[in-house]
Every structure is written in C-alpha cells, then in structure tokens.
Write a protein that binds this ligand. Structure first.
Ligand SMILES: NC(=O)c1ccc[n+]([C@@H]2O[C@H](COP(=O)([O-])OP(=O)(O)OC[C@H]3O[C@@H](n4cnc5c(N)ncnc54)[C@H](OP(=O)(O)O)[C@@H]3O)[C@@H](O)[C@H]2O)c1
Length: 240
C-alpha cells in the first residue's frame, strides 16, 4: 500500500510504543488519528509534533471498555477527509495475576482493551473500509505459558487467533497481521533495569526498541502480499 496521504487510527497512540508507531506512520507521510484514554496532554503534544511534518494529526479520547465506546471512536476517527485506511490496535493493559488470583472482573479488565475492543474495532473498520490494513499488537508471550500474567496472556492469545480469523474473513480487501514484541519498555514508573532483571535470555542478546516495533508495523502496511501473519520483534525469545 502506498501510505502517502492515507489515514491510520492508532489506539493508545499518545505514549510509549503507540507514540513510536504514530511517529513512524507520520514519517511515511500518513495522517494519524491518535487515540488516547487518559494521556490527553501527551496526545496533544504528539499531534503538535506530527503536525510539523505536514501530515494531519487528530486526537480522539475513548475508554475502550464498551461496544458503544468502540463505535464512537471509529465514527469520530472515520470523519477525517477520505476516511480511514489503516487500524493499529495497540492500546492494552497488563496486570500480574495468576488464574488462581483472577476474578471475572479481573479477566474482563484485561479482555476489554486487549481483545474485545480490538475485535470490535476490526469489525467496525471492515464495515466502513473498502480497502485497508489492520495490525494488532500482540506479545511474544503468546508462544509460551507465563502463569504470572494469565489474564493478559489469555487476552493476547485470543487476539492472535482473531488476527488469523479476521485475515481470512476480510480478505481480499483488508490484510490483517500481528506484531508480537518482546520486553521493550518497563511498566510506567520502572527503570530499564526492571527489564534487564526479568526479561530472561534473548538469543540475539539485545533489547528491542519501540522504533523497531514501529518499523515492523510499517513493513506490514507497505507489503500487500502478507496477511494472517505474526511477526515477533523479540530477538528470538519466543523460540526458547
Ligand atoms: N511494553 C512492552 O515491552 C511490550 C511487550 C510486549 C507487548 N507489548 C504490547 O505492545 C503494545 C504497546 O505496549 P506499551 O507498553 O506501549 O502499552 P501500554 O503503555 O501498556 O498501553 C498503551 C496505552 O493503552 C491505553 N489503554 C489502556 N487501557 C485502555 C482502555 N481501557 N481504553 C483505551 N485505551 C487504553 C493507554 O492509553 P492512555 O495512556 O491514554 O491512558 C496506554 O497508554 C501493547 O499492545 C502491549 O501489549 C508491549
């Protein structure tokens, strides 16, 4: 897909990996709709920064915990001239809980932003767009069995499967792929040593960056022959 002048909605795009994705898309000439939940100031600052690149940058707030919120977000994001051609489902929550600790409420807290909202947004996007691309942010943990964050892992494994189902269902007009990062950024408030101490062995012995995740998203958007695939950006850790 020629990305120049096309418009992407990036959920959770105001900060961290989402912001790196927004910057990469804008750098490729795309207009960006930056979705945020609570990072209003960061979203405004990023929109101002991207505006200087001579691309459109709109910000839209939504707490993605209901069907109505997902519908409204897509409606607002699609109101840009020419509509949306790209959806990046990046927004996510991460809590440490085992199955033994998780109530139905804990499971839903994880499943709404990490699985239900991305699936509803994919559905709404496919209804509105004749042609386009979707990229879902997953996690290298989809290949393992990390019992310490079971609701999170379950939600990302479910989204990985939904990525493949949607790729088949929405072909030939929409390509749907996933990017599965390894340990990229520590949780807010923790330093980089948090990752060093907990990430475990990485075959390529390097820490992947938000920019490398963003480049992988860009690759999937440029390429018109790849769908239903999951690219791991984790230095090979998923293989262990
Ligand atoms: N960080 C890593 O090392 C890592 C590793 C593996 C996979 N990933 C995946 O890569 C993606 C980006 O990672 P990240 O660490 O940058 O993400 P993050 O900081 O954990 O979350 C991104 C944004 O999601 C938004 N969000 C959370 N709950 C929401 C809700 N209920 N409704 C709407 N938005 C909500 C928040 O936006 P506001 O700030 O506006 O509230 C948050 O800033 C995620 O899908 C994550 O699972 C990350």
């Amino acid at each position: 897909m020629n990305l120049q002048g096309k418009t992407a909605l990036v959920t959770g795009g105001a900060v961290r990996i989402g912001a790196a994705i927004c910057r990469a898309l804008a750098g490729a000439g795309m207009n960006v709709v930056i979705h945020y939940r609570s990072s209003a100031a960061e979203a405004e600052r990023l929109a101002e920064e991207l505006g200087k690149l001579d691309v459109g940058a709109l910000i839209v707030q939504a707490d993605l915990v209901s069907e109505e919120a997902c519908r409204k977000l897509l409606e607002e994001a699609s109101s840009v001239s020419g509509g949306l051609q790209v959806l990046v489902n990046n927004a996510s929550v991460f809590h440490k809980q085992s199955i033994g600790q998780a109530t139905a409420g804990h499971l839903l807290d994880e499943f709404w932003p990490n699985f239900l909202a991305p699936v509803l947004l994919m559905r709404g996007f496919a209804e509105r767009c004749r042609e386009g691309k979707i990229v879902n942010l997953l996690d290298r943990r989809i290949e393992g069995h990390d019992i310490h964050c079971a609701p999170y892992v379950l939600s990302k494994k479910a989204l990985a499967e939904a990525t493949k189902l949607a790729a088949l269902e929405f072909a030939p007009s929409i390509a749907v792929n996933g990017v599965a990062p390894g340990a990229i950024l520590p949780p807010p408030g923790k330093g980089q040593d948090y990752i060093r101490d907990r990430a475990g062995p990485v075959p390529l012995q390097r820490q992947c960056t938000p920019e490398e995740v963003a480049e992988t998203v860009l690759f999937l958007l440029h390429n018109d022959s790849v769908t239903g695939q999951i690219l791991f950006v984790d230095g090979g850790q998923n293989l262990l």
